[in-house]
Design a binder for this molecule. Structure first.
Ligand SMILES: [Fe+2]
Length: 117
């Protein structure tokens, strides 16, 4: 899980770099798609673990994942509609969300998994 977290954070950083360096929109687009792919894979992995271990906070944790995915889908639609969505505000939102989620929700899940007999 920590490996997946690092990859997610790394993809957000890569997107930030691509934007700052003014690289082409196609690269920004593919980097954004990387984030979506990593997020989906990571969320599915965590949700499977939570179900398998009957994690008591499953519903609340899954709701957070679903909310972020809904935001990401909205961003993707705007991007596909030709709107410029890649502002530092969007990146800050992604980075903040990940930081808070990893430090609180995923940490709680990690503690639960580690404490299992
Ligand atoms: Fe999570």
């Amino acid at each position: 899980m920590d490996h997946e977290h690092r990859q997610l954070v790394a993809t957000v950083n890569a997107l930030y770099d691509a934007m700052l360096e003014g690289r082409g929109m196609s690269l920004v687009d593919s980097t954004f798609n990387d984030i979506v792919d990593h997020a989906v894979a990571h969320f599915q992995h965590e949700e499977k673990l939570m179900r398998e271990t009957a994690y008591p906070d499953y519903a609340a944790h899954k709701r957070q994942h679903d909310q972020l995915m809904a935001e990401i889908v909205k961003l993707q639609r705007s991007f596909e509609a030709g709107e410029s969505i890649f502002s530092t505000r969007v990146l800050q939102f992604l980075a903040d969300w990940l930081t808070v989620h990893i430090k609180t929700d995923d940490k709680a899940l990690g503690g639960y998994l580690a404490a299992r007999p």
